[in-house]
Ligand binder design. Structure first.
Ligand code: MG
Ligand code: MG
Length: 237
């Protein structure tokens, strides 16, 4: 899973660097495909329930699952780049939201807070804790900054499948989660909206947008629980 995670990190670095004004989201998908080919890794996104690309590209009010295509990035956009890879049968999955050129201070804050909420959630991935503590930590950071946490889409366990049980909500789910043990691996992925938490699924069956049109940020890592605490697998080597 470390190998898969490093490929995902390389996809994130390459697509982030390529996300500049005038570039299409289809081009970002091509950049990610090149990394997969170079590392002899397979895509877990391509063909997943018919998904047509190796990454998800979700600009501005798109929360997650945007399909790469003809959209041209503009100065001032933000865009979530969600990348995945399979190496030797094991999956990695991670996302970042990046600014395209200059963005206003409040948008910068949305990105920073969402990344901080992910870090807070990761900090709870310690053997002996319970899984709901991850979501509670994410929610505390995001809502404490005046933003809202998406409820309809959540993180997940990950291993020989991309999406394994149990789900990892980014909020207090109302009941305590399972106890965490060394060797468990999770993809934690807060989706944080500047406005309300409500979502709308577009007619393409994939693209999830904020109901109120507000901006949304999304950060994700794949993390293993070790005897020494959480180990983020989707960081560059
Ligand atoms: Mg992902
Ligand atoms: Mg995921």
């Amino acid at each position: 899973m470390r190998k898969a995670g490093r490929v995902v990190a390389e996809m994130l670095a390459a697509t982030s660097a390529a996300a500049r004004p005038g570039v299409t989201t289809a081009r970002l998908d091509r950049v990610a495909r090149d990394v997969l080919e170079k590392r002899s890794a397979r895509s877990n996104f391509l063909g997943y329930h018919g998904f047509p690309a190796v990454i998800c590209t979700s600009p501005n009010n798109v929360i997650v699952h945007g399909i790469p295509g003809s959209y041209v990035l503009r100065e001032g956009d933000i865009i979530s780049l969600d990348c995945g890879a399979i190496v030797e049968g094991y999956h990695g999955d991670a996302a970042v939201t990046v600014a395209v050129g200059d963005i206003p201070p409040l948008t910068e804050k949305l990105l920073r807070v969402t990344e901080e909420s992910l870090a807070a959630g990761i900090g709870q991935l310690v053997a002996g804790n319970r899984l709901h503590e991850v979501g509670y930590a994410v929610q505390t950071v995001a809502e404490g900054a005046g933003f809202s946490v998406v409820r309809g889409y959540v993180g997940h366990a990950i291993g020989t499948q991309m999406h394994e049980e149990p789900a990892v909500p980014n909020y207090w789910p109302g009941t305590p989660g399972p106890k965490l043990r060394t060797g468990m691996v999770f993809a934690v992925e807060p989706m944080v909206n500047m406005g309300a938490a409500d979502t709308v699924l577009l007619e393409d069956g994939w693209t999830v947008v904020t109901a109120d049109g507000s901006l949304s940020a999304h950060f994700e890592h794949t993390i293993a629980i070790t005897d020494d605490g959480p180990e983020i697998l989707t960081l560059p080597a």
